[in-house]
Design a protein. Structure first.
Length: 396
């Protein structure tokens, strides 16, 4: 038994009922309608980014219906007998002790679509025949392999939770845990996690354990993001070019190339139409100077680049605007990272193959196109002991 101190707060304070799942009113309403319409629609697919309440909402449904929850994972779907048992005649009877039963297929993303070994096929069978409402959760329901599934289930998107809601949840937890964390830190956590409440609770728990020098360092890191955040807020919301606008990035403790990525990422978030075109113009001009700074070491041009990224982008609009925008972290770097991750999978596959065939990994990598064909065979995959990640890489 883990001691109370070690229970992750995201477990301890897990949302249990509809009212606990905050900031997702739209999804909760859709779920209620779905439950009323069952069995006309057999399944509902809750999809969205991590930590926004998909699994919690599924459990909340069970709680509100006083239902028993039957959770199935991807490997259960490879077990035909088990599925047959669930859809078979015996299952049509209601559960003995509880009135209701619901089936939860959590994190369906991992399910494999390979023919006769895949599981996805069995899930579709279940969707046809189930006597109980089915709840599916997924991060990326738009994956091609879910084409059929999307037609058979009602789709409900859970959005990134608004930072104010995240902040409110953090405050509640602080109160219950009797921990004192400054408002700035809480706000900076709430903004940084971009709607992922699990991440917010984890961050808070971690910070609450730190001593003050460590905390300061950590908060310094976070302030860095907060400062680019407020700079962007200033640039995108104000139309007037004044002294503050010229100095807008002075306090942002970040290399100019990174500032560039942040601006680039968020222009389309804030601007549309003519404003978008004008802002992109400023950005491309900034990029020209960036190139000259790099190639000709003309540091003086940095002033121009900063000016274009600030005043230039700001003047794309005529009037000040109000409202809150959830600015995004540059995703390009993330994409590069993902690309590297994928390349890593290719490498491990080649390593396994190379070892078995007594060739070098490099040779295997070179012949990867050919290898892919060979590795299409199930027996060979089994022989090489490829794991699920590697298999799904091959099937992409
Ligand atoms: N909308 C919300 N309101 C209150 N708490 C939430 C909400 N969303 C998530 N949480 C909390 O965050 C944690 C993680 O939530 P949950 O497991 O439901 O996320 P998820 O959407 O299923 O994420 P994943 O895609 O990673 O499975 C839990 O502690 C949960 O209570
Ligand atoms: Mg989940």
């Amino acid at each position: 038994m883990i001691s109370n101190d070690n229970v992750p707060w995201c477990e301890k304070y897990r949302a249990n009922c509809f009212a606990d799942v905050q900031g997702q009113e739209f999804a909760v309403d859709k779920v209620k309608l779905f439950l009323k319409s069952f069995p006309k629609t057999k399944a509902i697919a809750l999809h969205g980014p991590p930590g926004v309440g998909k699994t919690s909402l599924a459990y909340a449904i069970a709680f509100e219906m006083d239902a028993e929850i039957l959770e199935l994972n991807s490997s259960d779907f490879r077990n035909k007998a088990k599925i047959a048992e669930i859809v078979g005649p015996a299952s049509r009877q209601k559960s003995l002790f509880r009135k209701n039963k619901i089936i939860l297929v959590d994190e369906v993303d991992g399910i494999s679509a390979i023919k006769d070994r895949g599981g996805l096929g069995e899930l579709l069978v279940l969707l046809e025949k189930s006597a109980f409402p089915i709840i599916i959760t997924a991060n990326d329901i738009w994956n091609r392999k879910f084409n059929l599934l999307r037609r058979k289930a009602e789709l409900v998107q859970l959005k990134e939770v608004d930072y104010k809601v995240v902040l409110r949840i953090l405050r509640e937890v602080c109160e219950k845990e009797n921990c004192v964390v400054s408002s700035e830190v809480l706000t900076s956590i709430a903004i940084r996690v971009r709607g992922d409440i699990r991440a917010a609770l984890n961050d808070l728990q971690l910070l609450s354990k730190m001593d003050s020098p460590e905390l300061l360092r950590e908060v310094g890191e976070r302030n860095k993001e907060q400062s680019i955040f407020s700079a962007l807020q200033y640039v995108f919301k104000n139309a007037k070019i004044d002294g503050d606008m010229i100095k807008v990035y002075d306090e942002v403790n970040m290399p100019i190339d990174e500032v560039f990525l942040w601006v680039e990422e968020n222009i389309p978030v804030e601007y549309k139409g003519v404003e978008l075109v004008r802002a992109l113009d400023a950005l491309s001009l900034a990029d020209v100077f960036r190139g000259r700074i790099r190639r000709q070491r003309h540091w003086r041009f940095m002033v121009y680049e900063y000016f274009l990224l600030g005043a230039g982008v700001a003047s794309a609009k005529k009037y000040n605007r109000t409202g809150w925008t959830n600015y995004r972290k540059p995703s390009r770097i993330l994409k590069i990272w993902l690309q590297n991750q994928r390349a890593a999978k290719k490498k491990t596959i080649c390593q396994k193959y190379a070892k078995r065939c007594h060739i070098s990994t490099k040779t295997a990598m070179k012949d990867f196109m050919l290898l892919k064909i060979i590795l299409g065979k199930r027996e060979i995959r089994e022989e090489l002991n490829l794991d699920n990640d590697e298999i799904s890489y091959l099937d992409k």
